[in-house]
Design a protein around this ligand. Structure first.
Ligand SMILES: [Zn+2]
Length: 440
């Protein structure tokens, strides 16, 4: 272990340089204006993989390019290390304390878009592999895709088309969140996701609200009443037919939640369950947007139609198809006053349960305990990583580990995304130790 620790420390400065260079490439998959940056980032990932002595292929299934880099070791298990090189858009630049596409170091953290999610995850793989100076003791596939932040639309096809070169005994998906600064976590449940647009209509044209208000309902009021039926009085989701479960017994103190979220004083938390159940193993509903007349444009009229986009996070054990049926049935059944309602399905991603058991899990537990100096915690994730379900479907025999470099302060997807450097080094060591323990 000491030799490997030395080796990891030795490669860290170079890995951090490469991470900084990757952050400088604005590989925003959601914005076609950045398509060239995605190609540039994919080329850089391919170059870095080539330096590791792996056999590198750049592949695509009519989506963004992905890199598959492989090296087999006869008689040894095959380990596939997954990360994604695409990033979320920056959002409002004024919300950032420094340039999102330039690394800035403050208080032991690196700030920048993708520094944690998930170029940081990729950098952990690079560090773990470099620590073995080109000869890791197990077979390795480095798999880095470029469309995770838009829901990995072509991943299932990529997995099918490249099944032979991706097949592995163990998958390490470094794209999740640790429990706390300094405390690693293995993610064992992930919520799924569906969304839809619901449109309600009451009139075939707008009317004067003085002339007909009081007898003819306006569509925006109908929409608000409908949206209000999605939760009960305590804030639990009120859509019949959605799966709801119990999570691990972990204390998530209200003060921690307040500090992490910035919830305003006096605002209550939703639902009846423990906090971890509310965010990991029960469904949640969010109204993402409403199309209606803006306040600036308002006139005294009855709106003939209005629409909203609704997103539902699905509990582990649910399916997107069944949840979409339940959501549609709820919306159609709860519209007031006979208004017309039209529901248009949106995107869908499956939830996942990731079993943590057997010798691979034992090796991971030992390696991450040694790497971080504390025992890992088992957590769920409220967010969705639909590709975990894709991996499970494509490689049902494999062990899957969901790890990560983010901590609760990392603000993935938000402004001032950051990576805690101390935890980054520990994650690199933990992964290297894990590879060493997997060797027969
Ligand atoms: Zn990610």
């Amino acid at each position: 272990m000491d030799a490997l620790k030395e080796a990891v420390l030795g490669v860290l400065p170079g890995v951090l340089d490469d991470l900084a260079a990757l952050v400088r490439i604005p590989s925003v998959s959601a914005d076609p204006a950045h398509d060239a940056d995605l190609l540039r980032c994919a080329a850089e990932v391919a170059r870095l993989a080539g330096e590791l002595g792996l056999e590198v292929r750049t592949v695509s299934a009519d989506g963004k390019p992905a890199i598959i880099a492989r090296r087999e070791v006869p008689g040894q298990p095959m380990v596939c290390l997954y990360a994604h090189y695409d990033v979320q858009p920056t959002g409002e630049l004024s919300q950032w304390s420094s340039d999102p596409f330039e690394v800035d170091q403050r208080d032991g953290r690196w700030f920048g878009r993708g520094v944690a999610d998930d170029k940081g995850g990729l950098a952990v793989h690079l560090a773990a592999l470099r620590a073995f100076a080109g000869t890791p003791p197990v077979g390795i596939t480095l798999f880095v895709e470029g469309e995770e932040e838009i829901g990995s639309p072509s991943l299932a096809a990529l997995l099918a088309q490249n099944a032979a070169s991706l097949a592995a005994d163990v998958f390490v998906i470094a794209d999740s969140v640790n429990w706390a600064a300094g405390v690693p976590a293995f993610t064992t449940t992930l919520r799924g996701l569906i969304d839809c647009v619901v449109e309600v209509s009451t009139l075939d044209h707008a009317l004067h609200s003085g002339q007909y208000g009081g007898i003819v309902p306006d569509a925006l009021t109908v929409l608000c009443r409908l949206l209000a039926t999605l939760h009960d009085e305590r804030g639990d989701v009120a859509i019949a037919g959605l799966v709801s479960g119990r999570g691990p017994a972990l204390e998530y103190p209200p003060e921690r939640l307040a500090q992490e979220t910035g919830v305003l004083p006096g605002v209550q938390y939703l639902g009846r369950g423990p906090a971890t159940d509310q965010i990991w193993t029960k469904p949640s509903v969010t109204v993402l947007a409403i199309d209606a007349t803006s306040v600036a444009q308002a006139s005294n009229t009855l709106a003939p139609s209005a629409q909203a986009k609704i997103s539902v996070r699905l509990a582990p054990g649910d399916t997107s198809a069944s949840a979409m049926r339940a959501l549609r049935a709820h919306l159609e059944a709860n519209v007031s006053w006979g208004a017309h309602v039209r529901v248009t399905d949106g995107s869908a991603g499956e939830p996942a349960v990731v079993p943590f058991e057997g010798p691979v899990a034992a090796a991971a537990l030992a390696a991450f305990s040694d790497g971080f100096g504390v025992a890992p915690v088992f957590v769920g994730q409220g967010g969705s990583i639909p590709m975990v379900a894709d991996f499970q479907t494509a490689f049902p025999e494999a062990s899957i580990l969901v790890t990560g470099v983010c901590d609760p302060d990392s603000r993935m997807h938000g402004a001032d995304e950051s990576l805690r450097l101390d935890d980054f080094g520990k994650a690199c060591l933990a992964e290297a130790l894990f590879l060493a323990r997997l060797a027969r």
